[in-house]
Design a protein around this ligand. Structure first.
Ligand code: UT7
Length: 325
């Protein structure tokens, strides 16, 4: 049976120039390089320059993805930006990216915090596989540094800025797991747990205060390993594949201990796990496409490989997907 699949035909990433090392944080809060490396695996993170906003990072990542796909911006008819740090309350960051890149067609944001890229990919899959888009850009982009409380040692060391992007196009498949393209999704949310991870500002506040990240880290940690493993198992089952079919596991980059814990729970070889958390830290919706881009650029992920992605973030939202590149 012939089916239309959504294929990833190009991938790109962008990291701002400035780097903050763990040593930089020892001058701000009571912490140490040893504690941060042992508890999170993070060694450094990138920080956007003053005046550099999410749409700027998104455009840079999108240009790299477009070049990799061999497409021109005039081919793009849909832009979805996954972000939790939009340039403005409205319009969407995707609208601003569209204007900056000179694109046409539909453009909007998806907000599912760290799970945003997987959620956005699922929305774009709906457009592409139903013939509503011939070429889409899905971008995860964040300036987390703008919502960090640099006096809170439990959160400030964890996050970084960056952007990753993919170009999606329709391809014909046979409806089997050998097809190129997106094979499955599992998307979940438990809205009763918003108090575990949130930003304490926004429109409700009436004080022009965008707020800062608040997190009960150890509880998020416990939920992360369990829920990510469940979603990933579901994505594997829905794709009709086995654990052995997975060539690369590209998780959301929150904490090396979470990456290892999930890989072990799933029985996946740790050598198949793509990890950029040491150098990028947690870039929220940007972390999966950035890690995917790195592993594509260095030749690990190749055409035909089966890639498994997953994330958990504020909401709580969590999600996973299986994709043949
Ligand atoms: O992407 C969204 C999802 N987010 C995540 O997945 C993050 C999940 N959570 C985590 O990664 C971990 O919970 C953290 C890295 C945030 C914290 O690690 P933990 O092993 O869960 O530590 P904890 O929160 O239980 O705190 C243990 C101790 C506390 O001190 P006391 O109360 O035992 O004296 C903290 O105050 O570690 C202290 N601590 C720190 N010490 C040095 C917390 N942050 C720091 C720090 N440096 N930066």
């Amino acid at each position: 049976m012939s089916v239309i699949r959504t294929a990833v035909t190009g991938i790109g990433g962008y990291l701002p120039e400035q780097v903050l090392t763990n040593a930089d944080f020892t001058r701000m809060v009571d912490t140490s390089d040893e504690w941060i490396v042992e508890r999170t695996g993070i060694k450094q993170r990138h920080k956007a320059a003053e005046g550099q906003v999410t749409s700027d990072l998104a455009v840079e990542a999108a240009k790299v993805a477009l070049a990799a796909s061999g497409r021109d911006i005039s081919d793009i008819d849909l832009i979805i930006v996954a972000t939790t740090t939009p340039d403005m309350t409205f319009p969407s960051t995707a609208s601003i990216v569209q204007a900056k890149m000179g694109a046409k067609g539909a453009a909007f944001d998806v907000q599912a915090v760290c799970s945003g890229f997987v959620y956005a990919l699922s929305v774009a899959d709906g457009f592409v596989a139903r013939g509503l888009s011939k070429a889409a850009l899905v971008i995860g982009a964040e300036v987390m540094s703008r919502i960090i409380d640099y006096t809170d040692r439990g959160t400030c060391i964890l996050f970084g800025d960056g952007a990753g992007a993919v170009v999606l196009e329709p391809v014909e498949g046979q409806g089997t797991s050998a097809d190129r393209g997106i094979l499955s999704f599992d998307l979940q949310c438990d809205g009763t747990k918003t108090d575990l991870l949130y930003v304490d500002g926004g429109v409700f506040e009436n004080n022009n205060h965008i707020g800062k990240i608040r997190m009960v880290g150890n509880q998020i940690f416990r939920h992360a390993v369990q829920k990510i493993a469940q979603a990933t198992e579901a994505a594997i089952e829905k794709a009709g594949i086995t654990h052995d079919d997975v060539d690369w596991f590209v998780p959301h980059q929150a904490n090396q201990r979470i990456l290892d814990g999930v890989a072990d729970k799933l029985g996946l070889d740790r050598a198949k796990v793509v990890s950029t958390v040491a150098n990028h830290a947690n870039t929220s919706a940007a972390s999966i496409p950035l890690a995917w881009y790195e592993a594509t650029k260095d030749g690990r992920i190749k055409t035909g490989d089966l890639v498994l992605i997953e994330a958990l973030g504020g909401g709580l939202t969590w999600a996973a997907a299986a994709i043949r590149v």
